[in-house]
Design a protein around this ligand. Structure first.
Ligand SMILES: [Zn+2]
Length: 393
């Protein structure tokens, strides 16, 4: 039980700090009467030895004095409570510290920062926000201000207040932290989507260009710019934006393929589609691209051409969706019992495909059938990508 051990060590450190502080004062002023704290110390220790941690904590925190020797340990004790999921206790410890008039300004700011973390943990966002705003205004230490800004950005992100998150993060945090830079481009995409919903395409475009100027690898910005062009019938421009996505990150290629097919169809440019799909396949054997190309071959030259093409591709890159498509082609040529068997096999491949996640977060492994620009589990932006391999793309 490493937590319990750490807690015991911390409590022992608080106790030793208190004892040293008291001894020091006793030596300086021998006439002063000794306070009756030693009893509390032994009561607390007794609780701890009997593994009655809760009572031990209450006794130590209530009895032990806060002085320059013990303050860091008190802060660490509060943080330990928070990390154990007991943020309400952490609040008590940190508030108890803040009430001490002996605290220096710097120490007070350190404790306020921890207290705002406790509030965030408890979901008391208003209280955390007020505390963090005060720290950003008043803290003299750069590192405290920096940490307060990062927490406030996190808070605004949780509240989906994208503009406030941007205001706090710009320009320092965006320059210094890759994660925040990537997130900031997505906040602009979120704002652009709001503009698109309220029919303000020019404002949306401006924000998406700003997103790309902050993070030129922001796939989502080009994805939304393509959508804006699609909505106004500018299919050639849509295709240009879609084609930028594999250049930014080839792993995202599968998300452009269906819109690409639709845009070429609307332009009635099937040879353009075929050429683009061949270019995609050269850069990676994405199953969706292979199937879309087989479909164009099927329409132009018939089932046999599509079958030959898929068989050739499967021998190089096996994939469940490729097999499923091939089974679909086979059933055209047969009937009776043979057809029933193929239908049965195809039902199984469909079930397997439907049970396989299409997207996975490369940071925490969260997977699902929808593309989340922000991972629902680890909250990182742009890390959820199409799944590749035999069961995926
Ligand atoms: Zn994740």
């Amino acid at each position: 039980m490493p937590d319990l051990l750490l807690l015991a060590l911390l409590l022992a450190a608080v106790a030793i700090g208190w004892w040293l502080g008291r001894r020091d004062r006793k030596q300086r002023s021998p006439a002063r009467q000794q306070p009756a704290l030693s009893r509390d110390y032994f009561v607390g220790l007794n609780y701890l030895l009997n593994e009655q941690t809760d009572q031990a904590i209450e006794t130590f925190v209530a009895a032990l004095e806060v002085n320059s020797d013990t303050i860091e340990t008190h802060v660490a004790l509060g943080n330990l409570f928070r990390s154990r999921g007991e943020a309400d206790r952490a609040v008590k410890v940190h508030q108890n510290l803040l009430a001490r008039p002996t605290l220096s300004v710097t120490q007070s700011h350190t404790v306020q920062l921890e207290l705002s973390r406790d509030f965030l943990h408890l979901g008391l966002l208003d209280r955390a926000e007020r505390l963090l705003q005060t720290l950003i205004r008043e803290a003299s230490s750069d590192s405290t201000r920096h940490s307060a800004k990062k927490l406030l950005v996190d808070l605004y992100e949780r509240e989906r207040d994208w503009q406030s998150a941007l205001d706090v993060a710009q320009p320092t945090l965006i320059r210094q932290h890759d994660d925040i830079r990537r997130a900031a481009a997505h906040w602009l995409c979120e704002l652009a989507q709001q503009n698109m919903q309220s029919a303000s395409p020019s404002l949306a475009r401006k924000r998406l260009r700003q997103a790309l100027s902050i993070d030129d690898r922001c796939v989502r910005a080009n994805w939304l710019l393509a959508k804006l062009e699609h909505d106004t019938g500018q299919y050639k421009a849509e295709i240009r934006y879609l084609k930028r996505i594999p250049e930014q990150d080839n792993d995202f290629t599968p998300i452009i393929l269906e819109p690409l097919r639709d845009a070429y169809h609307l332009l009635e440019d099937i040879s353009g589609l075929e050429l683009s799909l061949r270019q995609v396949i050269e850069r990676g054997a994405f199953t969706t691209a292979i199937i879309l190309l087989a479909e164009t071959l099927q329409r132009r030259e018939g089932n046999k051409a599509a079958e030959d093409f898929i068989r050739d591709q499967l021998s190089r890159t096996p994939s469940l969706r490729g097999i499923d498509y091939l089974l679909g082609l086979y059933r055209y040529d047969i009937d009776g019992l043979e057809r029933e068997r193929i239908e049965l096999l195809k039902r199984h491949t469909r079930e397997l495909i439907e049970a396989t996640p299409r997207y996975r977060c490369s940071r925490c492994g969260f997977s699902g059938s929808h593309l989340h620009w922000q991972c629902p589990r680890c909250r990182s932006w742009g890390m959820t990508k199409p799944v590749t391999g035999i069961e995926g793309e």
